[in-house]
Write a protein that binds this ligand. Structure first.
Ligand SMILES: Cc1cc2nc3c(=O)[nH]c(=O)nc-3n(C[C@H](O)[C@H](O)[C@H](O)COP(=O)(O)O)c2cc1C
Length: 394
């Protein structure tokens, strides 16, 4: 697929075979040929279109549930039902488009967390990614004494070893089961961040630092439960060389969001994608989200209006986030993100990772994955040749 690699002649056929592939990522019974998880991106950015394209390319495609019902006709009157119905529809649509691995991302901060988790399990989704809060308690409607028997596997998203420790301990005690994998999301990610503002640029909280810390928390549970619990690195992963670097640090896969926005298959409008194409490094800012967490987004007129003290008038059809103080917040984040997804960026804003300014073209998911694999393989070959030369010169 990638033609002849530089220096290939110096290596034996079997070595070349093992070097020209990324290692697969196995979560429970599900094995992705490409160890890349497409991060769930809420309010309509990652739905069945993007998720199925990623799954078809060998990665793990993820449908995000946050605000998924915003595009249903009854969103103003029955948002809770609209969310469930929309999720069911998107999972079924994805399944008609791919036989690859499909995940669903549910934010713990959502008021209907329990309903959405149950809906995803009922629809037989392969993997559930639980983040934006600590999923200490799972819905009581699940078979909590037999979680390991479910076809759906559970992946925890955390931003610290401490958070991983709390959830693993709690699940072990309550369910005699622990998550099937962990995503460690560092401070360069897009959307809501699991860090205080003062931690974001502090090297002690860099992904390179927290990834090994989380791996150390998970290790004893692997022994105890006699299974591999992969740790997946997220936040600022942009190239195949980045993927290689985090794999060298012990990650068994990566989760990427920003790069998948700039694909034809991403479910956002072209205007949303153009916000990525047109932004500069200084446009990517940290905002105070009404969710009560910092978030990373592209500065635009809407955000400038809000930061100048303007309070938008809006009706809250239903308190969709557990912690939203909807009577006092300056704007409705679900509405702002819905507008952005539809391309109405004067009335909203785009969440984006710290590397969004590097995006310079829209490509297909297949091309993106092939590029990442090619870059990864080039690093592996280079390292292998360097090692061989070092042995020959010794
Ligand atoms: C537009 C956008 C929306 C996002 N929405 C969610 C979400 O709903 N749930 C979640 O857990 N993470 C969300 N994220 C985080 C991504 O899933 C991903 O982990 C992160 O962006 C990875 O960093 P990267 O963008 O630098 O690759 C979002 C990110 C972006 C850019």
């Amino acid at each position: 697929m990638f033609g002849t690699l530089p220096g290939e002649g110096m290596l034996s056929g079997t070595v070349v075979m093992s070097l020209t592939k990324m290692p697969a990522l196995r979560i429970g019974n599900w094995e992705a040929e490409i160890p890349i998880v497409q991060g769930g991106m809420g309010v309509g950015i990652s739905l069945s279109g993007l998720a199925s394209a990623v799954a078809n390319a060998g990665g793990i495609g993820v449908i995000a549930t946050a605000g998924i019902g915003q595009f249903e006709p009854d969103r103003d009157t029955n948002l809770k039902e609209a969310n469930k119905r929309a999720l069911q529809k998107e999972i079924r649509k994805a399944k008609t488009k791919t036989s690859g691995i499909i995940g669903v991302n549910v934010m713990v901060a959502l008021s209907d967390f329990d309903d959405l988790v149950q809906c995803a399990v009922d629809e037989g989704v392969n993997i559930l990614f639980l983040g934006a809060g600590l999923p200490i308690g799972l819905p009581k409607t699940l078979p909590l004494d037999r979680l390991g028997e479910l076809a759906t596997k559970f992946v925890l998203i955390v931003s610290s070893a401490r958070a991983a420790k709390i959830v693993f301990r709690s699940w072990q005690k309550r369910y005699n089961h622990v998550p099937d994998a962990v995503v460690v999301e560092g401070p360069l990610a897009g959307g809501h961040l699991g860090f205080r503002k003062d931690q974001i640029d502090n090297p002690d909280y860099a992904l390179e630092k927290i990834l090994p810390e989380v791996i150390a928390v998970v290790k004893p549970y692997e022994k105890q439960f006699n299974r591999n619990i992969p740790v997946i690195a997220a936040g600022g992963v942009y190239t195949g060389a980045d993927i290689h670097r985090f794999m060298q640090l012990g990650a068994q896969g990566v989760q990427m969001g920003t790069r998948f926005v700039a694909t034809y298959e991403c479910d956002a409008s072209m205007e949303f994608k153009k916000a990525y194409l047109n932004c500069k490094k200084e446009d990517i800012v940290i905002i105070d989200s009404p969710v009560g967490l910092p978030g990373r987004a592209i500065r635009d007129k809407f955000l400038e209006r809000i930061s100048s003290g303007v309070k938008e008038t809006f009706k809250c059809p239903w308190k969709c986030l557990k912690s939203c103080d909807f009577k006092n917040v300056p704007y409705c984040i679900a509405l702002a993100l819905t507008n952005a997804k539809k391309g109405k960026l004067d009335e909203g804003f785009a969440f984006a990772g710290a590397n969004a300014y590097r995006v310079d073209k829209i490509i297909s998911v297949k091309e993106l994955i092939e590029t990442l694999v090619g870059e990864y393989v080039a690093v592996v070959m280079q390292r292998s040749l360097e090692a061989k030369v070092a042995v020959q010169n010794a």
